[in-house]
Design a protein around this ligand. Structure first.
Ligand SMILES: Cc1cc2nc3c(=O)[nH]c(=O)nc-3n(C[C@H](O)[C@H](O)[C@H](O)COP(=O)(O)O)c2cc1C
Length: 210
C-alpha cells in the first residue's frame, strides 16, 4: 500500500503517544495499572480517542450502508466496521453508533444494502460521514437506496442485532451480492488511501487463498 494520503487526519490522530493494553486482562494487579515506563497506559486509563487511534492501525475498506426509514426516506452512512461472519449461512456484520442520526432507521429496517466503495469514491465517503440531512443526489428509487460505481455490494436481511456499548452490531443475511473487481477505497490511521501499490493479480490472489 502506498503512503498516498488524501484527506486530513481525523481528530486525535496527530499524536504519537504509545498506548498498550498488555496489562488489561481482568484481575491485573495494581502493579500493572497506571502509566508504564514506555509511556503506555493500562486498562483503567483507556481514553476512547487513544483506542480509536490504535484501532485505526487495522486497515479496512470503506463502505456506505443504506436503508429506508419507517417513513420510506433513504438513509445512509459511511461504515468501516463491516466484516464477514459466515459463508453458510451467508452472514455479514457491521456496527452502528447509537448517536447516528440513522440509528432508529437501521434498528427497524427489514433490509439494508452494503456498498464497498471504489478508490475514486472518496468524496462520497466524506459526504456520507456527515451527520443527518439528505445525502442522496437524486431520488433513491426501489426497495433500497443504491450507490452506483462501487466495487461490490451486498443486500442483506436485517437478521439479528446485539447491543454492545455505544454501538449496536447488526447481523445481515446476504440475499444478493455482486462485484466489479475495481480498486477499493482504503482507510488506515484515520486517513483515506486511494492507491494500492502491488495489487496481486486475480490468479495470484486465488493461489494465495487456496
Ligand atoms: C471511515 C469511516 C468509517 C466509519 N465507520 C462507522 C461505523 O462503522 N459505524 C458507525 O456508526 N459510524 C461510522 N462512521 C461514522 C459515520 O459515518 C458518521 O457518524 C455519520 O455522520 C453517520 O451518519 P448519520 O448520523 O446521518 O446516521 C465512520 C466514519 C468514517 C469516516
Amino acid at each position: 500500500m502506498s503512503n498516498k494520503r488524501n484527506s486530513r487526519p481525523a481528530p486525535g490522530h496527530e499524536s504519537n503517544v504509545p498506548v498498550s493494553l498488555a496489562a488489561t486482562s481482568e484481575g491485573a494487579g495494581d502493579a500493572h495499572q497506571g502509566a508504564r515506563a514506555d509511556g503506555a497506559r493500562a486498562a483503567n486509563a483507556v481514553e476512547p480517542v487513544d483506542l480509536r487511534r490504535v484501532l485505526g492501525q487495522f486497515v479496512t475498506g470503506v463502505t456506505i450502508v443504506t436503508a429506508r426509514g419507517v417513513d420510506g426516506a433513504p438513509v445512509g452512512l459511511t461504515v468501516n466496521s463491516f466484516a464477514s461472519v459466515s459463508l453458510d449461512p451467508p452472514l455479514v456484520l457491521w456496527s452502528v453508533a447509537r448517536t447516528a442520526a440513522s440509528f432508529a432507521a437501521f434498528r427497524s429496517c427489514p433490509r439494508f444494502r452494503v456498498h464497498v466503495l471504489a478508490a475514486d469514491q472518496l468524496a462520497l465517503a466524506q459526504k456520507f460521514a456527515v451527520r443527518g440531512g439528505d445525502k442522496f443526489d437524486r431520488d433513491a428509487v426501489g426497495d433500497l437506496p443504491v450507490i452506483d460505481g462501487c466495487v461490490a455490494w451486498f443486500e442483506c436481511d436485517n437478521r439479528e442485532q446485539y447491543d454492545e456499548g455505544d454501538h449496536v452490531i447488526l447481523i445481515g443475511r446476504v440475499v444478493a451480492f455482486a462485484s466489479t473487481g475495481g480498486a477499493p477505497l482504503v482507510f488506515h490511521d484515520g486517513r483515506y488511501v486511494t492507491e494500492i501499490v502491488g495489487k496481486p493479480s486475480p490468479a495470484e490472489l486465488r493461489d494465495s487463498l487456496s
